[in-house]
Design a protein around this ligand. Sequence first.
Ligand code: FES
Length: 145
Amino acid sequence: MSATFEPEVVAFCCRHCAYAAADLAGSARQAYPTAVKVIELPCTGRIDIINLLHAFENGADGVLIAGCLEGKCHYLKGNLHARQRVRHVQKLMDDIGLEHERARMINISAAMGVQFAQLAGEHVETVRKLGPSPLRPKPRSGEAA
Ligand code: FES
């Protein structure tokens, strides 16, 4: 593993909570790694297994799924369905030899900007220790790795 490895983590964030928490973290100057690329969703219940697998296929080293606190989903059970899908993806990852720790789900409220920054940073560190995803597209000849 390269000493300069900078992981890429895609964070699928619910608009009602995690996206707002990420925004709050930014405005409160609670830094989280630039490796975290935030994608806003109407609800984590919108996330599908194929979205998570595509993130890895497209070069992510890790994914973070961030939804509302349990019992607080604006669509009632979206975050519970998302958790089931994340567990399913983690099993698929184990089956293909990709460390399931690369996928993590968290539940936070819009007021938890500090916690968002902390949990996102923790996940980046976990992924950094695992190294680059073996599913990362290989650079074409002539391109820098
Ligand atoms: Fe936030 Fe469903 S509305 S997870």
